[in-house]
Write a protein of this length. Sequence first.
Length: 190
Amino acid sequence: MKVLILAMGLIAASPVQAENFSVDIPKLQGEAKQVIMKLASTLGGELKKAKEEGGASAAITVCNTKAQNLTSLVSEASTWDVSRTSLKLRNSDNAPDDWELAVLEQFDSKAKQGANLKTLGFSQVLVDSEGRKIFRMMKAIPVSDQCLACHGTKIKPELKERLEVLYPDDKATGFSIGELRGAFTLKKYL
Ligand code: HEC
């Protein structure tokens, strides 16, 4: 996709407004943040529920089958296309496109310089080859305590076995708390 950069803004800093360009970037960033918060809490809740009902193995099934269609988990925000991506993928269906890869690499180098991942984000307004404006935003996902069971260094043997069957090319293990796990990535046509 050929894109032309019209305006950009780091979420932490105040956004740069392009001339003659009437997109309300702070408003879009606010909406996107709401979607991410809703999604993060829904995913967390689903994992917790499945774990209580059937152990971590069941939680894997939840993640495997439900996390895929993330947009449907935040259905009232259906104008947003939402997914998760990473430089260290478990599921290759979550692979980043060129724009996402560049942002992830930027997050990764900021993380190595000690940036606070909880507030690390990036957004941009792009125009596709058909002239349609798209707002895109990514938000870093840090590894927390409750991720280690499935993404950490000491994964239980029965879980490990399941993961190896489901994801033979899994690169998303060996993480420690505070590291960059990946990012939420959101898109909205304007
Ligand atoms: C019960 C096991 C389990 C736990 C706990 C878990 N995950 Fe995952 N995670 C998975 C599975 C399975 C996938 C692959 C989902 C899919 O097929 O799209 C995945 C995928 C992801 C992805 C998408 C990118 C990729 O590699 O495919 C991200 C980002 C992610 N997890 C972050 C987290 C974070 C952050 C936490 C902690 C808050 C967490 N996970 C906790 C099992 C888990």
